[in-house]
Design a protein around this ligand. Structure first.
Ligand SMILES: C[S@@+](CC[C@H](N)C(=O)[O-])C[C@H]1O[C@@H](n2cnc3c(N)ncnc32)[C@H](O)[C@@H]1O
Length: 737
């Protein structure tokens, strides 16, 4: 068999290298491989007819491909290996570049979401240049669409007419100028394609993003030269996100229709000019539909008007594009505990049953509901964090600190605030310090204590906002809860879910698990309290022990409180479980309270689900199987182990444990795969995540000085009075952000 493969010596090239390629010294491994191929006399994977006819071997093409890859990489770095070859025939590989990375495309998509959000929140009122750019762009799109909607023979006629449109026309001169500019859109086919595919509606939302307007106008060659995302790369992603973008934009109450119609007067002038007085006879063309085809603005995800401006982020993307957006609801059964507790007020929950709602309004609050009634509640705000009045519950003795009337008060001297790193001083030292730091004014009176010194011994008033601001990497930009771009969507088998619309680096605090607070167990009966939830529904309980952790090695007998995010929680309640999650729960003390925070354990990508490990018991005690879908899922058959057990029921009727709650599990436990179904809350070891972060380095911010003049726990006087005041604020259903 004669083939060129035999003619070529190992490591030898036929001298016919592609442009921009260079001869490279073969490695020993490569040489051995080529030897083998030569010995076999045929290139691996090549068909017999290909081998001689193509005049090259697989070895050669592999070699060429390798060289080619090297060239491409080098070119990306701006190095041309062999300039002569690179330019030998004028066209060459000059335009060959590495494909735009997914990171860049994802980054641009995030920017588009972010800019739409900014436009919606700021209403673009003060940024006149920006709003003009949006409106001008939309005018261009409508004009383009107008052409497309015309019969082909009419199109040319119309174009000529518009091109001749007089810029000095006394009435329509400025319109003429706008029209001429619009006709000069650099990539007109893109607008045509876009309006025909994803439709004008999506274009209208996207027009509010400067990055979008930029990429649709810029030629791919320019983008490639500048190393930016090309339209050809970004368009398919936008198309795949069209429902998401639409719902995202709709969830903000902003006037996108107003911007689409802003230049409507132009169209009127235009029609008058182009069609003189005959336009009356033009069927179907008028000012309001100029450039808007039938169905162009049909809504995919309709949101009822009366609720549109209520709160955003509360609509979950449906599984299919043509289904309406879903508002989360809660199937709610009134339990014994709930009967005692006041009903949440109208502001925080919408009760679907008009009868109950009327009753609630008439009777004012609180309203008691008959035991066992079932209701459907609509999930409310997923941004606001609410703690309802904890004093409406019967708490185990010692659940309240005498300085702050809330069970989540961390109350441990010496414990560092996770946000600012300042430790609560020891009570004894603090009283000494108080003596030293009393400030006397010029009249000889003690200066009033600063506002924040509401609880003695606590020098800071940090909240989760400060934790994000002080502890997250500034460069990543996650310094406020509002900065997070997230989206709710519906899954086929796990209910609703949450995903990120941006890359989030590892070790970023992204959220706080919040909700209603009540005791884990009924003090009289010892049974677990589950205020919300349904036997077959979702459970949103998170248990946190009350008070400071005991010293290491001793048994942890602390009672716990539940944070129930069933209908007062924020987005964190929608995080589903994954056996290999990307975030983790930590209960840390922030300011004066135990705060359960969510921190990323690895980088989260654009459109990646945000998942957490619910702890070892959640599925076991509920007799559920995990559907995280991971090949090494540890809990997929966990329900089989519970067959002989009485299945956990809800409604506060099952005694036993708080095990159906979500629990904070340490990263180490997660790594070990949760093979043991250890009962939680029995030893300090099982609470490792509770204060697992305390060992970390902390960054004092100078807040140590001059703050926290009140007495330590047990202190009375004005400090106590103030702390009571704070307790009352919490009672009213205080909102923390
Ligand atoms: C805290 S909620 C999470 C949000 C919930 N998917 C929803 O629609 O509201 C917990 C519930 O989600 C479902 N779930 C979460 N992760 C799951 C998983 N990996 N497998 C099966 N069900 C899961 C279970 O029904 C569970 O009770």
């Amino acid at each position: 068999m004669s083939s060129q493969a035999q003619d070529l010596q190992p490591g030898q090239n036929d001298g016919n290298l592609g442009r921009g390629q260079r001869k490279t010294k073969p490695t020993a491994k490569g040489e051995a491989y080529r030897n083998t191929l030569s010995r076999r006399g045929i290139a691996q994977g090549a068909t017999p007819s290909q081998t001689p006819a193509q005049g090259t071997t697989q070895a050669q093409s592999q070699d060429a491909a390798q060289t080619d890859r090297r060239v491409t990489r080098s070119q990306t770095r701006g190095i041309v290996n062999n300039p002569d070859n690179a330019t030998s025939n004028g066209t060459g590989n000059r335009h060959r570049r590495a494909p735009i990375s997914k990171v860049k495309i994802d980054g641009l998509m995030t920017k588009i979401y972010e800019e739409i959000r900014c436009a919606a929140i700021n209403k673009l009122s003060s940024r006149t240049n920006e709003i003009y750019a949006v409106r001008e762009f939309l005018f261009q799109a409508r004009l383009r669409r107008f052409f497309d909607l015309q019969p082909e023979d009419e199109r040319e006629n119309l174009r000529r007419c518009l091109e001749e449109y007089d810029v000095h026309h006394p009435r329509g001169g400025s319109v003429a100028q706008d029209v001429k500019r619009a006709l000069d859109f650099p990539e007109p086919d893109r607008l045509t394609e876009f309006c025909d595919g994803p439709k004008l509606l999506l274009l209208t939302f996207c027009a509010h993003s400067a990055s979008f307007r930029d990429v649709i106008r810029r030629s791919d060659a320019d983008s490639r030269r500048e190393g930016l995302s090309r339209w050809v790369d970004i368009y398919p992603v936008i198309e795949s996100c069209k429902s998401s973008l639409e719902l995202f934009a709709r969830c903000f109450d902003f006037d996108w229709v107003g911007n689409l119609q802003a230049f409507e007067k132009h169209f009127d002038t235009l029609l008058r000019y182009v069609y003189s007085d005959e336009r009356e006879s033009l069927e179907g063309i008028n000012q309001s539909n100029f450039g808007i085809g039938e169905g162009d603005l049909a809504e995919t995800h309709q949101i009822p008007d009366e609720e549109e401006s209520y709160v955003h982020h509360h609509w979950a993307l449906p599984t299919e594009d043509d289904q309406p957006a879903v508002r989360p609801t809660i199937e709610y059964t009134v339990t014994r505990d709930m009967e005692r507790a006041p009903f949440v007020n109208d502001f925080y929950a919408i009760v679907d049953r008009p009868r109950i709602r009327r009753k609630a309004k008439k009777a004012k609050l609180p309203v008691t509901l008959p035991l066992g009634s079932s209701l459907t509640l609509k999930q409310l705000d997923i941004i606001r964090s609410v703690i309802l009045d904890p004093s409406n519950h019967t708490w185990p003795p010692g659940a309240f600190s005498n300085v702050l009337e809330r069970p989540d008060f961390c109350g441990a001297a010496g414990h560092k605030c996770k946000a600012c790193g300042v430790a609560a001083p020891d009570p004894v030292d603090q009283s000494k310090a108080d003596n030293e730091t009393v400030v006397i004014d010029s009249n000889g009176n003690a200066e009033p204590e600063p506002e924040h010194a509401s609880s003695p011994g606590y020098p800071c008033q940090c909240t989760f906002n400060e934790l994000m601001e002080l502890r997250n990497d500034k460069r990543a930009g996650f310094t406020h809860p509002d900065s997070l771009l997230i989206e709710l969507f519906t899954t086929n088998d796990k209910g609703r879910d949450i995903r990120s619309l941006q890359r989030i680096p590892k070790d970023t605090f992204i959220g706080e698990y919040v909700g209603e607070i009540y005791p884990v167990r009924d003090v009289d009966t010892g049974k677990t309290i589950t205020r919300y939830g349904h036997p077959d529904g979702n459970v949103y309980h998170f248990s946190v022990p009350i008070g400071a952790p005991p010293s290491p090695g001793t048994t942890d007998n602390r009672p716990s409180f539940t944070v129930d995010s069933a209908h007062l929680g924020n987005w964190t309640r929608f995080m589903n479980h994954h056996c290999y999650p990307n975030v983790s729960f930590y209960t840390v003390n922030v300011g004066q309270v135990w705060t359960t925070v969510i921190r990323t354990v690895r980088e989260i990508k654009f459109r990646e689900e945000i998942t957490v490990h619910y702890g070892p018991n959640y599925f076991y005690y509920r007799g559920l199987d995990c559907r995280c879908g991971h090949a090494r899922c540890k809990l997929k058959n966990v329900s089989q182990g519970v067959k002989s057990r009485k299945r956990t029921r809800f409604g506060g009727e099952v005694s036993g444990s708080d095990s159906a709650s979500i629990s904070a599990s340490s990263e180490e436990e997660q790594r070990n795969g949760m093979t043991k179904f250890a009962r939680r809350g029995t030893s300090t070891k099982s609470k490792s995540a509770t204060d697992g972060q305390d060992k970390e380095d902390v960054r004092p911010t100078g807040k140590e000085n001059g703050k926290g003049k009140g007495k330590a726990s047990g202190g009375g006087g004005s400090s106590k009075g103030k702390s009571k005041g704070k307790g009352k604020a919490a009672k009213k259903g205080g909102t923390r952000r």
